[in-house]
Design a protein around this ligand. Structure first.
Ligand SMILES: Cc1cc2nc3c(=O)[nH]c(=O)nc-3n(C[C@H](O)[C@H](O)[C@H](O)COP(=O)(O)OP(=O)(O)OC[C@H]3O[C@@H](n4cnc5c(N)ncnc54)[C@H](O)[C@@H]3O)c2cc1C
Length: 341
């Protein structure tokens, strides 16, 4: 069976594309990803900057809503990964259009054939890989200053990394934190000199070089609602809000002297880079040296006719749910125009 359009990835970009394509009557099929359907926001707590939710919304709930909206307009979901895309050459009998179609190989061995593809597979942030990081993710450990900086007003903050994005995040976070310590494992930075100079001039920002974080620690804090919200009594079953564990400090090691120390902090922002999830498409579309799919100007058209790309697998700059959703909308409209041409 030949599909009209298959969307690869189920983050904000993929679901938005599905909503538009479903409403346009194009019966989209979505390969959601086997391990993390819903994308990056499924692993976070509160999202306060997605328009339409004045009180904020939990990341998993936002993604469930997007999925329900895509389902309402007829999206078919396949819980699997695409492992490769192959171009199928167009028929040359002179009658058919000269368009290629695409074969998508899934990890369970199934194959989907389609006229158009939207790639919306996001990117994976690199992790420190130290004890405490995983457990405290969303409770002080973050990978996105724009998303989470606001939560650490007047508190000490640590940023890990030495490139331009680490410096950008650190400078941005000085607006919120009582202090920001940028920790880098070498004594030289990859960041541009202008960023380093700007950081050195900022009185709230301290640069700690030749240092690595070896562990992230947390302590229990009373639930925020404790005084206002008494224990719930559900027919004799009493539910008391659980205390939360939030980041309280990091263990550090000097990479030259080996000296170990501890630094109090309320947040650890990890800014050591992202890897776009695009390897499976390497044979059909052009990517830049870091693996981001290249598109034609402000459109979502890739170098392969009929393949469109949207969200964090293209965008190395904005990396927000709303910008990914906006690009998903553009990919759907580009695909629609292509299919109707
Ligand atoms: C901890 C954290 C907190 C954040 N908080 C906010 C916030 O508060 N506000 C905000 O605007 N942004 C926030 N962001 C950023 C936001 O989550 C991303 O910008 C956004 O999710 C990108 O959307 P996307 O659709 O491009 O990709 P993603 O959300 O990354 O989704 C990609 C999808 O593709 C799937 N996939 C990957 N490879 C394959 C494959 N081969 N086959 C099939 N499927 C595949 C994955 O399983 C996933 O479902 C946060 C990010 C993180 C990590």
């Amino acid at each position: 069976m030949q599909h009209k359009v298959v969307i690869v990835g189920s983050g904000p970009a993929g679901y938005t594309a599905a909503i538009y394509l479903g409403r346009a009557g194009l019966d989209p099929v979505m390969v959601t990803g086997a391990l993390t359907p819903g994308g990056q926001l499924v692993n976070t707590t509160e999202v306060e900057n997605f328009p339409g939710f004045p009180k904020g919304i939990m990341g998993p709930e936002l993604m469930d809503n997007m999925r329900a909206q895509a389902k309402r307009f007829g999206t078919e979901f396949i819980a699997d990964d695409v492992v490769a895309i192959e171009a199928v050459e167009p028929a040359t009998d002179g009658q058919d259009s000269a368009r290629p179609s695409y074969r998508l190989n899934l990890s369970d061995g199934d194959v989907l054939q389609t006229e158009a593809v939207i790639i919306a597979t996001g990117s994976n942030f690199r992790k420190l890989g130290v004890p405490g990081e995983q457990e405290l993710s969303g409770h002080g450990v973050s990978y996105c200053a724009t998303c989470d900086g606001f939560f650490f007003r007047d508190k000490p903050i640590v940023v890990v990394g030495g490139g331009d994005s680490a410096f950008e995040e650190a400078l941005f976070l000085t607006r919120f934190g009582s202090s920001v310590t940028l920790i880098h494992r070498r004594d030289e930075f990859r960041a541009s000199q202008i960023m380093v100079d700007r950081a050195k001039q900022n009185p709230k920002l301290r640069l700690l070089t030749n240092t690595v974080v070896t562990e992230v620690h947390g302590t229990e804090t009373a639930p925020a609602t404790a005084p206002a919200a008494p224990a719930l009594n559900l027919g004799g079953l009493s539910l008391t809000p659980k205390p939360q564990v939030n980041v309280s400090s990091v263990s550090l090691k000097n990479t030259v002297t080996g000296e170990e120390s501890e630094l109090e902090t309320a947040a650890v922002f990890v800014a050591i880079g992202h890897t776009p999830a695009t390897d499976f498409a390497a044979d059909v579309v052009t990517r830049d040296s870091d693996g981001y799919i290249t598109v034609d100007g402000a459109s979502t058209r890739t170098t392969a006719a009929g393949i469109f790309a949207a969200g964090d697998c293209v965008d190395r700059v904005y990396r927000q749910a709303i910008s990914a959703a906006g690009m998903g909308c553009r990919a759907a409209l580009d695909a629609q125009a292509y299919l109707n041409d």
